[in-house]
Design a binder for this molecule. Structure first.
Ligand code: 13P
Ligand code: SF4
Length: 299
């Protein structure tokens, strides 16, 4: 009798599938994935894969982005209800209204948005390329949706007039300066790395700010043995695996429940039945793929 992991491996081969998992996924899901990474890295892989099926372990906006970038592939999302709350904080209608109010502005949208919101954007970005994307657009005025913290950070690093939205990630917003100060008291020599979805006052005391992939790079290159990591706790597994001699300190309550929904059983079920296909209507897809492709070209 084969184990769940072995059955996934057999089906993956049989169906010519590739499994992509975000850095916040459960350890056992990361272990069966062909690629583990941040939103940008996984989008790039999805756009270039020759697999017939992409199984996206993460949240729905990530699987939708994979489908938009690889429309000819079948994209499966093992947990169809794994929706990032930040992506629900910005609708297509709200973006249309904002464009009416700021007619000369360009809309730069975080990838953590729905396909219909993307259809109203000029260009997408992720936490790893937001500064580069915003700096690359010709317009002086930028409507930046939906993350107010990432938008504020980008604004501080560019000369653009960034018009902010009021969206946020509840997980990163829950990390306070006091949490970091308390950690620092325990590990005074530790370096602090923070995700740009964290509040500005947390970012201000960080030694490094970056996407989850940047965190993996920083962990490898830093000579600090102790690193305080201001992001979702799922990141700890990969950091420990790649850097067994270092210690990583997380804020325990920073847990994203939607990122933990995908399990080995749900991956197996999706692959076995080729179920939970990402379907985006043609009208939305044609428009939503444009800002995403612009971002990939800028990479
Ligand atoms: P990254 O692109 O940095 O992996 O971030 C994705 C995300 O959802 C952070 O909360
Ligand atoms: Fe969304 Fe935050 Fe979870 Fe990332 S960590 S998927 S932004 S809720």
């Amino acid at each position: 009798m084969l184990s769940v992991t072995e059955r996934i491996a057999v089906l993956k081969k049989e169906k010519k599938a590739v499994i992509l998992a975000h850095n916040y996924c459960l350890p056992e899901v990361q272990d069966i994935a062909d690629h583990v990474g941040d939103s940008l890295g996984l989008s790039v892989i999805a756009s270039r894969t020759d697999a017939d099926i992409i199984v996206f372990c993460g949240v729905t906006f990530m699987a939708e982005s994979a489908k938009l970038l690889s429309p000819d592939r079948t994209v499966l999302i093992p947990e169809i209800n794994a929706t990032c709350p930040m992506a629900s904080m910005c609708s297509a209608e709200q973006i249309k209204d904002a464009k009416e109010c700021h007619k000369d502005a360009c809309v730069v949208g975080y990838i953590n948005t729905t396909a219909s919101a993307k259809a109203e954007m000029d260009v997408c970005c992720t936490s790893s390329n937001a500064i580069k994307v915003v700096s690359s657009v010709k317009n002086d005025d930028i409507i930046f949706v939906p993350d107010v913290n990432l938008g504020t950070y980008v604004s501080s690093k560019t000369s653009k007039n960034v018009i902010l939205w009021n969206g946020y990630c509840p997980v990163h917003r829950s990390i306070t300066v006091q949490n970091i100060i308390d950690m620092k008291a325990k590990y005074p020599y530790a370096k602090v790395i923070a995700h740009p979805e964290c509040c500005t006052d947390v970012l201000n005391i960080a030694d490094e700010i970056g996407s989850t992939e940047r965190m993996a790079e920083f962990a490898k290159s830093s000579d600090s043995k102790d690193i305080i990591v201001a992001t979702e706790v799922g990141m700890k597994y990969r950091l420990m695996k790649e850097n067994p001699s270092k210690r990583f300190h997380f804020i325990d309550h920073a847990l994203c429940s939607v990122m933990k929904m995908t399990t080995l059983s749900s991956v197996l079920r999706a692959l076995e039945n080729v179920e939970n296909k990402v379907i985006i209507d043609k009208f939305t897809a044609e428009r939503a793929m444009i800002p995403l492709k612009r971002m990939i070209e800028l990479k």
